[in-house]
Design a protein around this ligand. Structure first.
Ligand code: AR6
Length: 169
């Protein structure tokens, strides 16, 4: 059974097997949580991402997909990079956001990760409304079959923490 927990804090500081990065399809870094993970984890992560681009991901990582690398000098063993959708009022991209959580858990299972920390994917630079993103995130984790024992949502500010905890367990 998977336990869902919510903490307010910085995902780079979490003592878990894997942390999930809200990346972009280039896999070569960016701002927000992506920038924080690369800064804290050091150049080994970017180097592993470049290797992925040079091998299986020549065109980058598609939205809704996930792939793992080393976590460099972070406490975690792995970073699972996933690409959230940019929010759109014209087009419902909820399935792609749900896919980020499902695919990240599938990769976590392949790695044998038992504890996984997620940020609120797509809620920053990609502008997804926090309440809706929280609902999709928690619902998807609840309905995904996985061997991960703890899914920890790491929320960066009080508004995100409130939105996620309102989804209950
Ligand atoms: N720990 C936990 N959450 C964080 C942290 C942190 N250290 N830093 C920011 N957040 P964002 P996106 C929260 O913008 O919307 C990058 O440039 C933040 O408050 O990081 O999926 C990528 O390369 C927000 O709630 O990701 C992509 O181009 C949440 O993490 C693009 O941004 C996600 O915000 C992805 O945009």
């Amino acid at each position: 059974m998977t336990t869902i927990t919510f903490v307010r804090g910085d995902i780079t500081k979490q003592h878990v097997d894997a942390i999930v990065n809200a990346a972009n399809s280039s896999l070569l870094g960016g701002g927000g949580v992506d920038g924080a993970i690369h800064r804290a984890g050091g150049p080994e992560i970017l180097s592993a991402c470049r290797d992925l681009r040079a091998s299986h991901y020549g065109k980058g990582l598609a939205t809704g997909r996930a792939v793992a690398t080393t976590a460099g000098r972070l406490q975690a063993r792995w970073v699972i990079h996933t690409v959230g959708p940019v929010f759109s009022r014209e087009e419902d991209r909820s399935d792609l956001l749900a896919s980020c959580y499902r695919e990240s858990l599938r990769v976590a299972d392949e790695l044998g990760a038992r504890t996984v920390a997620f940020p609120a994917i797509s809620t920053g630079i990609f502008r997804w409304p926090m309440d809706d993103a929280a609902r999709i995130a928690v619902e998807t984790v609840k309905t995904t079959d996985t061997s991960v024992e703890e899914v920890r949502f790491v929320l960066f500010d009080e508004a995100a923490y409130a939105a996620f905890t309102a989804q209950g367990h």
